[in-house]
Design a protein around this ligand. Structure first.
Ligand code: GDD
Ligand code: MG
Length: 335
């Protein structure tokens, strides 16, 4: 069976790190988001298309090096085709029923169960659903008693909210749905396609467990908090780290390889450092994710931050909570 991962978004809400790296390659617990997304795919999926555009060359390079269990082909759009146009673009390659995964969703959906449900219902598409307090940032879905979707409204305005069920970003589609789309133009599957094919049978599939969309700093940190809590023993450390005894650990904490931490610094709770991260003396890192090669000086407090690759924060710099420091960015103390 085949699957498509939609990975061509601009990641605007995670700028500036997404100005230098595409969102699917941002690490989640030190492993690229797109790999974690693909972990969801059941064994019968032997071919995956990663549909992208924005910084597509980076994804092409990544998958050329990455040797996985299945064939992965990166398809680069010259200009963004939207979530529907991206699928229409590879119509000739699709051999039958296929999975579609939004490239920024981390969840506990069981695709095999969803596939059985799809076969049972026999519709044109099955959409995974998650209940949420405020659906205005998502695709809102209304279901009838048989699980049939009777309305689909992308990003409803507050006064349009009539349901808490939202599109959780994973679909099973019959290839016929691609026939509803014109080739060569930008099409949103959520805004244009789903609402127009309801009569042909669109079904919703709810699941239990967890669901996160990694689109914003808050949700990126929430995913880390959730996955860190699952860390065995609450601590994880890579090879060749240099951590003196005066460092205070507060679980959960994860460190990559070759990290170095200065005397009397405090790690955690919910601190995730990539490889080769250097932290000075008397600094604190909590509810924060630091990417590979970043250097943080002495007496720096990082709280609810994302620090990009090879960024540098000098001694005593005040970093406001909730900051995103770009790749290679330098924060200096100005007198
Ligand atoms: N190839 C390609 N081309 N992919 C794209 C394009 C494009 O032009 N535009 C967006 N994508 C990819 C993004 O990279 C992302 O993985 C996925 O499509 C969804 O786009 P987002 O920009 O993340 O959309 P959203 O989070 O606002 O809303 C979507 O996801 C929600 C659940 O997380 C919608 O599908 C909502 O209905 C849904 O509730
Ligand atoms: Mg998203």
């Amino acid at each position: 069976m085949q699957a498509v991962v939609l990975a061509g978004g601009l990641g605007t809400r995670l700028r500036p790190v997404t100005l230098t790296r595409p969102k699917p390659l941002l690490p989640v617990l030190n492993r690229p988001l797109v790999c974690r997304v693909m972990d969801l795919l059941p064994p019968q999926v032997d071919e995956v298309f990663v549909a992208t555009g924005y910084m597509g060359d980076r994804l092409t390079e990544f998958f050329a090096r990455e040797k996985g269990r299945r064939r992965v082909e990166v398809v680069v759009e010259k200009s963004p085709l939207g979530t529907g146009g991206a699928l229409r673009n590879i119509r000739d390659r699709m051999k039958g029923r296929f999975f579609v995964l939004n490239g920024d969703v981390i969840c506990s959906l069981d695709l095999r169960r969803m596939l059985r449900y799809h076969e049972q219902k026999g519709g044109l598409a099955t959409i995974s659903l998650w209940d949420i307090e405020d659906p205005t940032a998502y695709g809102m879905v209304v279901l009838d008693r048989d699980g049939r979707i009777v309305s689909f409204k992308e990003k409803p305005r507050r006064e349009e909210v009539v349901s808490r069920a939202v599109n959780a970003g994973t679909y099973i589609l019959e290839p016929d749905i691609l026939g509803c789309m014109e080739p060569g133009r930008e099409i949103s599957i959520e805004r244009e396609v789903f609402p127009s094919v309801l009569a042909r049978g669109l079904f919703g599939f709810r699941f239990e467990g967890h669901w996160f969309d990694a689109g914003t700093l808050a949700s990126y940190l929430r995913i880390h908090a959730f996955l860190l809590n699952d860390l065995r023993g609450g601590m994880g450390k890579g090879r060749d780290c240099n951590i003196p005894r005066t460092v205070a650990w507060s679980a959960p904490v994860l460190l990559g390889d070759r990290c170095s931490v200065g005397e009397r610094s405090r790690l955690g709770p919910r601190c995730c450092l990539g490889d080769r991260v250097t932290l000075g003396r008397g600094s604190t890192v909590r509810d924060t994710v630091v990417h590979n090669g970043a250097t943080i000086g002495d007496r720096v407090l990082l709280e609810q931050c994302l620090v990009g690759e090879n960024a540098r924060i000098d001694d005593d710099v005040l970093v406001p909570p909730g900051s995103i420091i770009g790749d290679g960015q330098q924060l200096e103390l100005r007198p």
